[in-house]
Design a protein around this ligand. Structure first.
Ligand code: ATP
Ligand code: MG
Length: 429
C-alpha cells in the first residue's frame, strides 16, 4: 500500500480484538469517577496554539518540540491538544463555572497528540483519561485523587505493579528561591553537564533534575534539595497529604527530583510508575496548579488534577495477564437459520427476544452457508449457546437449543418460551 494511504507513524488503529479491553478499562474508570462525584466534560481536540504556550510554558519539551501546530484557512495558528488541562481550564473560564469559587470536579477522556519518537508505550496520538478539581486547596483533595487511583489499581489487579512517587514543588515564590540556588550550584559545574542540561540550565533549570544522563545525575547528588526551600505553607500542605496517605495505608516514596515536564505545577506533584513497561514507566501523573487559572486570566482558583495514559495501562493489563476472562466472549447466543423461510422467521424471533432481554448479546447468522460452516462460526464466536432454526423447527415453532461449552444435550424450546429460557441460562452483565 502506498505510504500516503497508511496510518501516520505513531498513530494507531485500535482494532476490534483490542477494543473490549479498552472499553473494560474505560468503563471501570468512568464508574469509579461517577462514584466519587466527578462529572465528565468534553473539550475540542484543537485549540489556539497560544493556549498551550501560555499554560504549559514556552520552554517545556511539549511546546518547544512536540506540538502538532498548523495554520488553519483563516491564518489562525491552531494546535492538536497535547494534554487536557489547558483546554479544561480554558473551558471552565470561558463558561464561568468556577469563577465564583464553586467546586468543580471534572474528568475527560480522549486522544492527545505529541510529536515524539514512537516506541512501545509512546505514540504520537495517544489517549488519556484525566481529571481536574477546581477551588479545593487543602491536601484532602490531593489525597482523594491518589486514593481513587489506588482503588482503581486494586480493581484492575495492578496494585503490586505500581509505585507512587511524591514531591512538593512549593509555591512559585519558594520555587523561584530554589531555582536560584540550583542555578548557582549547577553553574559551578556547567562544563560537566550534558548538552541538554546546559541548555535547560538557562531555560528551565528544574528540568535538569529530570536528566537521564549519568554524569549529570552524579553531579546532582550534592545539589540543593527542594525540600529545604519549601515555604511553611507548602510544607504543611505536604505533611497533610502524607498523613492522609499514611492513614489510608497507601505506600509512597518521596522523590525530590520529581518535577514534571509542565510549568504550571505547584505544591503536590505525583506519578504512578511501573517497571513492567520498560522505559515508558509512568502510567498516571499529575499535581496541583494553584496559579494556572489566574495566569490564564481568571480569578485566583486552586486546581489539582492528573492524567493517565490509556495505552500504557492497557499494555500493563496484558503484560501482567490481568485481562478478565469474560472479555474473550463477546457473544452469548448465536442463532443459525437454514433456508429462506427460516431466515425470515429468525429475524422476527430474534427481535422478540431482544425486546424481552435488552442486554442479551445475540448474533444472528442467517443465510451464511452450510450447517457445518454456520456451526463453526457459532463456536468460534465464543457464544455459550447456539439456536438452530431450520424447516422442521419452523413447522413446529420451536428452536433447537444447543450448549456450545461443556456438557448438555440439544433440546427443543418453543418460541414463546425462548426468552424466559435464555434468561435462566445466560448471566447478563
Ligand atoms: P513521559 O515522562 O512518559 O513522557 P509525561 O510526563 O510527558 O510522560 P504527562 O504529560 O504527564 O506525561 O501525561 C500523563 C500520562 O500520559 C503519562 O503518564 C503517560 O501515561 C501518558 N503519556 C504521555 N505521553 C505519552 C505518549 N507520547 N504516548 C503514550 N502515552 C503518553
Ligand atoms: Mg513526555
Amino acid at each position: 500500500m502506498s505510504k500516503s494511504l497508511q496510518a501516520i507513524r505513531g498513530m494507531n488503529d485500535i482494532l476490534p480484538e483490542q477494543t473490549p479491553l479498552w472499553r473494560y478499562f474505560e468503563g471501570t474508570v468512568a464508574r469509579l469517577l461517577d462514584n466519587y462525584g466527578y462529572r465528565q466534560i468534553r473539550m475540542p481536540i484543537v485549540e489556539f496554539t497560544e493556549l498551550f504556550k501560555r499554560s504549559i510554558g514556552e520552554v517545556t519539551d511539549i511546546v518547544e518540540k512536540e506540538m502538532y501546530t498548523f495554520d488553519d484557512r483563516n491564518g489562525d495558528s491552531l494546535t492538536l491538544r497535547p494534554e487536557g488541562t489547558a483546554s479544561c481550564v480554558r473551558a471552565v473560564l470561558e463558561h464561568g463555572i468556577s469563577g465564583g469559587g464553586q467546586v468543580q470536579k471534572l474528568w475527560y477522556i480522549g486522544p492527545m497528540f505529541r510529536h515524539e519518537r514512537p516506541q512501545k508505550g509512546r505514540y504520537r496520538q495517544f489517549h488519556q483519561i484525566g481529571l481536574e478539581v477546581f477551588n479545593l486547596e487543602g491536601p484532602d483533595i490531593d489525597a482523594e485523587l491518589i486514593v481513587m487511583t489506588w482503588r482503581l489499581w486494586g480493581e484492575l489487579g495492578l496494585r503490586d505493579a505500581v509505585k507512587l512517587e511524591l514531591n512538593s514543588l512549593g509555591t512559585s515564590e519558594s520555587r523561584a528561591r530554589y531555582r536560584d540556588a540550583l542555578v548557582q550550584f549547577l553553574s559551578a559545574h556547567v562544563d560537566k553537564l550534558d548538552e541538554d542540561s546546559q541548555r535547560r540550565l538557562k531555560t528551565n533549570p528544574l528540568r535538569v533534575l529530570d536528566t537521564k544522563n549519568a554524569d549529570t545525575q552524579a553531579i546532582l547528588v550534592d545539589a540543593p534539595k527542594m525540600a529545604d526551600y519549601l515555604d511553611d505553607e507548602s510544607r504543611q500542605h505536604f505533611e497533610g497529604l502524607k498523613a492522609r496517605l499514611d492513614a489510608a495505608g497507601i505506600p509512597y516514596v518521596l522523590n525530590p527530583k520529581l518535577v514534571r515536564g509542565l510549568d504550571y505545577y505547584s505544591k503536590t506533584v505525583f506519578e504512578w510508575v511501573t517497571d513492567k513497561l520498560g522505559a515508558q514507566g509512568t502510567v498516571c501523573a499529575g499535581g496541583r496548579y494553584d496559579g494556572l487559572v489566574e495566569q490564564m486570566g481568571g480569578k485566583p482558583t486552586p486546581g489539582v488534577g492528573f492524567a493517565m495514559g490509556i495505552e500504557r495501562l492497557v499494555l500493563m493489563l496484558e503484560a501482567l495477564d490481568k485481562v478478565p476472562e469474560e472479555l474473550s466472549r463477546q457473544v452469548d447466543v448465536y442463532l443459525c437459520a437454514f433456508g429462506e423461510a427460516a431466515e425470515l422467521a429468525a429475524l422476527a424471533l430474534s427481535e422478540r427476544v431482544r425486546d424481552q432481554l435488552p442486554n442479551l448479546r445475540l448474533q444472528i447468522n442467517a443465510g451464511a452457508g452450510s450447517f457445518k460452516s454456520q456451526f463453526k462460526k457459532a463456536d468460534k464466536s465464543g457464544a455459550l449457546y447456539a439456536l438452530i432454526l431450520g424447516d422442521d423447527e419452523l413447522a413446529q415453532q420451536v428452536v433447537g437449543f444447543k450448549p456450545l461449552r461443556g456438557q448438555g444435550e440439544q433440546q427443543s424450546i418453543a418460541w414463546d418460551a425462548l426468552a424466559a429460557h435464555l434468561a435462566t441460562c445466560v448471566v447478563q452483565g
